[in-house]
Design a protein. Structure first.
Length: 316
C-alpha cells in the first residue's frame, strides 16, 4: 500500500496543474516555472540535504544546460530532447572537472568556491558575446518535443514538466534509499564516522555533486524550451536566492520539500499581488513565519503530526 505522504503531494501537484490549465496561460506559466525549479531544487537537495554539503554554484550548470540547448537548437537545428541529453552530459563532465579539486574544501570554503563558480559562468555568459550573444540572449528556442511530437502549447508543456518533475523526484528518492544513499547519509551525519566505516567520502561527494549538476542542467534546458528565450539574468544571484528559499521552505533533506517549496515560492507573490506596495512585506512576513514555526520546512510537518498521533496512542 502506498503511504498517504507519497500520494498527497502528487495529488496536490496534479490538482494545481488542473487549476492552472483552467485558469489560463498565465497560471500555466507560473506553474511551469515552479515545476522547472522543482527539478533544479531536487538536485540541490540531493547534494545539500542528503549529503550535507554546501553549494551556491548550481546555477552554473543550469546556465550550461540552458545555453547549450539554445545554441544547439537555434543555430544547429538539433531537436530539443537530444540537445537536453547532450548538455546534461557536458554539465556532468564539467562537474567532474570542477568538483574533483573543489570538493576537497569544507564548510564555508566550499560554499564560497561554488559561489565563485556560479559567478564565473554568469560573467562568461555576459562577456562571451560571440557564443552567448550577451544580454541580447537567444530567442527562437523550439518547445519541447517527445518522440517526434512537438508540445506546441504551454498546456502540453506544463503536463510534460509535471511528469518530468515527478520522475526526477522518484529517481532522487530511489538513489536515497540505495546503498549509495545510505553512504551519503553517513557522510552528512559525520565524515569521521563514515570514514571509519570504510566509505570513500571523496568519491561519494563527487558523485552527488555530479548528480546535482545533471538535475540543474536539465532544469536550465527545460527553461529555455519552455520560455523560448534565454539570457544571463536567468542564472544570476536571484536564481541562487530563490532556490535556497524554496529548498528550506519546503524542507531540506525531505523527498517532497523541493516541489512544495518551489510551488509556494512561485505562487505566493502572485497571490499577494493585490496588496501592491505591501506585497514584499507580506511575502517576507509569511516566509519568516513559516521558517520560525516549521524549521524543518512544510514537508516536515507530517512528521510532527505523526509524532503527536503516536504520543496520543501512548497516553491512551
Amino acid at each position: 500500500m502506498i503511504p498517504w505522504r507519497t500520494l498527497l503531494p502528487i495529488a496536490a501537484a496534479i490538482v494545481l496543474t488542473g487549476i492552472g490549465l483552467l485558469s489560463g496561460s498565465y497560471a500555466v506559466t507560473v506553474l511551469g516555472f515552479a515545476f522547472i525549479y522543482t527539478i533544479f531544487c531536487t538536485g540541490l537537495n540531493f547534494f545539500m540535504g542528503y549529503t550535507g554539503q554546501a553549494s551556491f554554484g548550481q546555477s552554473a550548470f543550469a546556465a550550461i544546460g540552458g545555453y547549450g540547448s539554445a545554441i544547439l537548437c537555434a543555430d544547429y537545428g538539433w531537436g530539443p530532447l537530444p540537445a537536453l541529453i547532450v548538455t546534461m552530459v557536458i554539465s556532468g563532465i564539467a562537474a567532474l572537472l570542477v568538483g574533483y579539486p573543489t570538493l576537497r574544501l569544507r564548510g564555508h570554503y566550499l560554499a564560497m568556491a561554488t559561489f565563485a563558480l556560479g559567478l564565473i559562468v554568469y560573467e562568461i555568459s555576459i562577456e562571451w558575446t560571440s557564443l552567448t550573444q550577451g544580454y541580447m540572449g537567444y530567442s527562437g528556442v523550439p518547445p519541447l518535443s517527445l518522440l517526434g511530437y512537438e508540445l506546441g502549447t504551454v498546456e502540453q508543456q506544463l503536463v510534460a514538466l509535471l511528469v518530468l518533475a515527478l520522475f526526477g523526484i522518484f529517481i532522487s528518492n530511489r538513489l536515497r534509499q540505495s546503498r549509495f544513499g545510505r553512504a551519503l547519509a553517513a557522510i552528512a551525519g559525520s565524515e569521521a564516522a563514515a570514514r571509519a566505516l570504510g566509505i570513500d567520502i571523496a568519491r561519494c561527494k563527487l558523485i552527488a555533486f555530479v548528480i546535482a549538476a545533471l538535475y540543474a542542467s536539465a532544469a536550465g534546458s527545460l527553461f529555455a524550451h519552455f520560455v523560448g528565450f534565454i539570457s544571463p539574468e536567468v542564472f544570476g544571484v536571484t536564481m541562487v536566492v530563490q532556490s535556497f528559499a524554496m529548498l528550506y521552505l519546503g524542507g531540506i533533506g525531505t523527498t517532497w520539500g523541493p516541489m512544495i517549496g518551489a510551488i509556494i515560492v512561485s505562487i505566493l507573490p502572485e497571490a499577494l499581488r493585490g496588496l501592491q506596495e505591501m506585497q514584499d512585506i507580506a511575502y517576507t512576513a509569511i516566509l519568516i513565519f513559516i521558517l520560525i514555526f516549521a524549521p524543518r520546512g512544510l514537508a516536515g510537518l507530517s512528521s510532527l503530526f505523526a509524532r503527536g498521533k503516536s504520543r496520543k496512542l501512548e497516553e491512551a
